[in-house]
Design a protein around this ligand. Structure first.
Ligand SMILES: N[C@@H](CCC(=O)N[C@@H](CS)C(=O)NCC(=O)O)C(=O)O
Length: 97
């Protein structure tokens, strides 16, 4: 299964929802980065993702986005293959990665 990383804060309902969905899809391990405790990691998140809100979720090398993006991916039937490590089409280039 692909590695899952989530930038989070302790008081973040969307982070709870994202974790719940990932667990429901069989994800056992989520690497959490607590940006409320580590300001440098918040800067890293913003620089890396271009976004300021949490959660910000990575599955493997792919930046999925926040909870709403995760739901879109799930409803499109793309979350499980991504978690399984299957190649995916890059939205920007259309290339299969
Ligand atoms: N549409 C976003 C909403 C995310 C959101 O609003 N997150 C809140 C925390 S639950 C947030 O980051 N607020 C700004 C902040 O904490 O600096 C998503 O689904 O992930």
């Amino acid at each position: 299964m692909a590695a899952v990383l989530m930038y989070s804060t302790a008081s973040c309902p969307f982070c709870v929802l994202a974790e719940r969905l990932l667990r429901a899809r069989g994800v056992a391990d989520i690497t959490k980065i607590w940006v409320d405790l580590e300001p440098a990691r918040r800067s890293e998140m913003i620089e890396r993702t271009g976004r300021r809100t949490v959660p910000q979720i990575y599955i493997g090398e792919r930046h999925v986005g926040g909870y709403d993006d995760l739901v879109v991916l799930d409803r499109a039937g793309e979350l499980l293959p991504l978690l399984a490590g299957a190649p995916h089409a890059d939205a920007a280039s259309g290339a299969t990665l």
